[in-house]
Design a protein around this ligand. Structure first.
Ligand SMILES: C[S@@+](CC[C@H](N)C(=O)[O-])C[C@H]1O[C@@H](n2cnc3c(N)ncnc32)[C@H](O)[C@@H]1O
Length: 304
């Protein structure tokens, strides 16, 4: 018998459909998606012909499910379509209608991630190229073991690979893992120069044996895992006791939230206590937590 769509995915999709269960909101989303730029409430009021308070109420509902993102512009707020939803929503609609676009056996989350990052791979380095010194600094601070085996999980275009090679030295082993073929295609040149192997795989199902890795570097990955706890357990499985997990982002959480236009909640999954509560049952001990504006760096050690 065919398996039922899992409950977490069903709930997420239901929240998206609820947010669109109004013709004005459908019009606002369609207009923002077609315009493809941040717009003021005034512009949206003029386009849909409703009172400002009504448009603001609709925008509130759409931003809550993150169909629409808010950007502060001076003292005003501008609204833009969340490109990620543009990539994901058609997949959700297909899945609900029994026409899953992901290949058989692939979860909708995986297909959505691949669609989202696949569309961005070619321009990723142009857009975020200035961050490279931050990766080198983080790898330096993380104390990667000379001669060790290091896996960059969710390696993307391989921005951390040169710094990881410098850290482990000529005798170390580096593996870059990513779910998105287009990201790995861009990473190929850096991987060759850094003598790193690249593997197409899901962080939640790694093709690596138990306790074989000295350190994991994961930049911008954990928040994209559909089941963070299972992902942290899988990372622990491949890491030897005493090995380390380095979670990094080239912006602190507050700086990132301000840039992306969302409000940081105290129970945010990457806040120190929620993160500690997630990593410890998965087999890690959180040793370092650093979250200034210019970077996020958390380091955990494999217990046992
Ligand atoms: C925000 S990007 C960061 C890329 C890179 N680490 C960097 O800092 O430039 C997240 C990356 O994680 C990958 N990714 C998302 N979900 C994944 C999963 N379940 N397993 C492996 N990689 C995943 C995406 O394809 C993407 O390349």
């Amino acid at each position: 018998m065919a398996e039922l769509l899992d409950r977490a995915t069903a709930e997420e999709y239901a929240s998206w459909f609820r947010a669109l269960a109004d013709p004005s909101r459908v019009q606002i989303v369609e207009y923002l998606a077609r315009q493809g730029r941040p717009m003021s409430v005034g512009e949206l009021v003029a386009a849909v012909g409703l009172a400002q308070s009504t448009v603001s109420q609709h925008l509130k509902i759409l931003t809550e499910v993150r169909f629409v993102l808010v950007e502060p512009v001076g003292t005003a707020r501008h609204y833009r379509i969340n490109e990620r939803c543009v990539a994901c929503f058609p997949t959700a609609a297909d899945v609900v209608m029994g026409r899953p676009s992901p290949p058989a056996g692939m979860s909708p989350h995986r297909a959505e991630s691949q669609a989202f990052f696949g569309a961005r791979a070619a321009t990723w380095d142009t857009k975020y190229g200035d961050d490279l010194p931050a990766y080198a600094a983080a790898v330096g601070d993380a104390g990667m073991p000379t001669g060790g085996v290091v896996v960059d999980v969710g390696c993307g275009t391989g921005r951390a690979l040169p710094a990881l090679r410098a850290a482990v030295g000529p005798t170390g082993t580096i593996v870059g893992v990513d779910l998105t073929p287009e990201m790995l295609a861009v990473a190929r040149e850096r991987a060759r120069d850094s003598r790193a192997d690249l593997v197409l795989a899901d962080a939640q199902q790694l093709p690596l044996a138990d306790a074989t890795v000295d350190a994991i570097f994961a930049a911008g990955l954990v928040m994209h895992l559909p089941d963070r706890d299972a992902g942290l357990r899988e990372l622990a499985r491949i890491t030897r006791p005493g090995g380390r997990l380095v979670l990094f982002h080239p912006s602190g959480r507050a700086a990132l939230a301000a840039r992306k236009g969302y409000v940081l909640r105290p129970d945010d999954a990457m806040a120190e206590e929620p993160l500690r509560s997630a990593v410890e049952p998965a087999g890690w001990r959180l040793m370092t937590y650093d979250d200034p504006p210019h970077r996020f760096l958390a380091i955990a050690t494999r217990a046992g």
